[in-house]
Design a protein around this ligand. Structure first.
Ligand code: UT7
Length: 342
């Protein structure tokens, strides 16, 4: 039997942890309600609420605005709340599957929009697990001792890749951005992270067109290959098992029981998946962050958006488990201790 892998989020030396010190967000103002969707496709408010938990989502209707604008809005809020200048940032990581364009990276566009003249950065593509993977990556920049202020943003303009004639997907997704500032901390921060990918199931949740395999042509557009494709039922089955398993894995590795966990921050794809994960972890409902009713699935933005919504409830030293599952497949769970609050 092979030895268990070492916790990847744990600093290798006695150096600082990477702690979240600020959270910011951007939500478009326009709401797309279940009642609106009833007029667009053959669906009902009752079906959407009972099968997914969603009531409404936000849509970035302005066609001149893109993912980088939402990400820059979230970044700006982080800077203002923390009281620092954009020049103070060392790096910007943007998790997204809806970059403004294939290149330059959205992180470069955000860097320019906020004027972060000293930052480097890059995009990270891991669908709904994007923010979690970016949080691990950003934390390791901090733990290396070479960087002191790393901005990690999850941002997706899902409305740009949703087919609003496909009732199986158009009811699910919304647009948003949210992000966190990571800084060195002697006591609190990211303690552990478990990440997985399984490319064997990539075809169950994907966008088939627009890349180097199927470059955009009239034929790919006619075949609707520029839209998100999902085979919902098998994705649901995998998500329920994988999210609960990976949370159990991170809890076992850190000797945590449900009583030790103060908050679970789950990716918001389906309320039934969230409930199944919380049940397996032995958590009562008040410990589970849920805002899917208001925003739907905002892909890389869901986890930091939850942190933003619950920021006033979180206290210094709280044990927080974050978990996600998404296209790829990609999934993971992270354990951190919260660094600020009453
Ligand atoms: O975030 C990344 C990871 N993604 C996920 O985790 C999503 C995982 N999947 C899901 O959340 C669920 O599979 C969905 C919400 C997408 C679908 O829910 P479901 O309970 O799995 O429904 P289903 O696909 O099994 O469809 C049940 C029925 C079907 O009709 P029949 O074949 O039973 O007659 C569908 O055609 O519901 C029908 N249906 C709808 N009915 C009304 C599918 N979409 C709709 C709709 N309104 N919007």
């Amino acid at each position: 039997m092979s030895a268990p892998s070492p916790p990847v989020g744990r600093p290798s030396s006695s150096g600082p942890r990477a702690a979240i010190t600020t959270v910011g967000h951007f939500l478009p103002e326009e709401r797309l309600t279940n009642a609106d969707l009833e007029k667009m496709v053959d669906t009902s408010d009752e079906w959407i609420r009972t099968r997914t938990g969603i009531t409404e989502r936000r849509i970035l209707r302005d066609e001149t605005k893109a993912t980088s604008d939402m990400a820059a809005g979230a970044a700006q809020e982080v800077l203002e709340k923390r009281g620092i200048d954009a020049d103070d940032l060392d790096a910007i990581i943007v998790a997204t599957v809806t970059p403004d364009m294939l290149f330059p990276a959205t992180a470069c566009l955000v860097q320019d929009k906020i004027g972060a003249s000293n930052a480097w950065g890059f995009d990270l593509s891991a669908a709904c697990s994007g923010f979690l993977f970016a949080l691990t990556t950003g934390s390791q920049l901090i733990e290396s001792g070479r960087y002191e202020k790393v901005l990690v943003i999850g941002a997706d303009k899902m409305s740009s890749i949703v087919d609003y004639t496909d009732r199986t997907t158009c009811i699910l997704f919304g647009d948003a951005a949210a992000g966190v500032l990571l800084e060195p901390h002697d006591e609190y921060g990211l303690i552990d992270a478990v990440q997985h990918v399984d490319g064997g199931h990539g075809d169950l949740l994907c966008m088939k067109g627009g890349g180097s395999l199927n470059p955009p042509t009239h034929a790919t557009v006619d075949a609707k290959m520029h839209y998100i494709y999902q085979d919902g039922r098998p994705v649901f089955r995998h998500a329920v098992t994988a999210m609960a398993d990976v949370c159990e894995e991170v809890m076992e590795r850190n000797n945590l029981t449900g009583d030790d966990v103060d908050y679970l921050v789950p990716h918001q794809a389906n309320l039934r998946i969230i409930d199944a994960t919380a049940k397996r972890m032995g958590l009562t409902s008040e410990k589970v962050m849920i805002n899917i009713d208001r925003y739907g699935n905002t892909t890389a933005a869901t986890i930091p958006l939850c942190l933003y919504d619950w920021e006033d409830e979180l206290s210094e030293g709280d044990n927080v488990v974050l978990t996600a599952f998404g296209g790829g497949f990609t999934w993971g769970a992270s354990y951190l201790t919260w660094a600020y609050g009453e």
